[in-house]
Write a protein that binds this ligand. Sequence first.
Ligand SMILES: Nc1nc2c(c(=O)[nH]1)N[C@H]1C(S)=C(S)[C@@H](COP(=O)(O)O)O[C@H]1N2
Ligand SMILES: [Mo]
Length: 227
Amino acid sequence: MGRRVVLGLAALGAIGVAVGADVERAANKVTAPLRKRDPTGLADLIPGGRFEIYSVASNVPWVKAADYRLKVHGLVDVPLTLSYADLEAMPQTQLTRDFQCVTGWRVTDVPWSGVRLADLLGLLGARPEARAVTFRSFDGLYDESLTIEQARRDDVLVALRMLDGPVSHEHGGPVRLYVAPMYGYKSLKWLGEIELVDKVSPGWWERRGYDVDAWIGKSNGRDDEPV
Ligand SMILES: Nc1nc2c(c(=O)[nH]1)N[C@H]1C(S)=C(S)[C@@H](COP(=O)(O)O)O[C@H]1N2
Ligand SMILES: [Mo]
């Protein structure tokens, strides 16, 4: 495994004030260049829906798989910096699930594949005082966290592939997080850093009003949603 020190992450910016889905929509407007174009509008008619491309950052560095590094550190026995090849060499787990944004859109039966976060944590040796995991995006803005129990679920992936191909830049490639049982805002794109910490800190959208525990159908006042 590579242990090279990697690209320093840009300082985490804190911007924005208001709360909820309106802010999510407003933030997404910034990212027009990242959105998929569909001049026909026909994509809206495809059953099962399609992905909206979201980014709170207007410019995200384009990182090739060969240049990719994932820093994993904090309350672990062996802090590591992993390359894309390191991640590819680990056992890959496949999952096919619906992807659901808290604002209402859903894409059915999306295939994902990657390294179980649990396997990664096992490799590094989480210390007993590690109670939570914080994730930071190399977009310099977005962050998320999970409790250590959530992070050890077998449906939480450090994803290298989605939709039967490598994770594309617009979907958060080369590597993003995929938290299957939770709303889309937990599935941090452009994953740059994983830190084991002593407690959960609310992520980018959670500081703006979304629930920290983002269970699909059991959070954010959407208790009536089918899972
Ligand atoms: N870095 C980063 N990750 C992110 C977001 C973001 O703005 N920045 N948006 C989140 C939200 S709200 C959703 S619904 C999903 C959307 O994933 P997609 O852009 O691949 O459709 O990404 C999540 N991960
Ligand atoms: Mo979302």
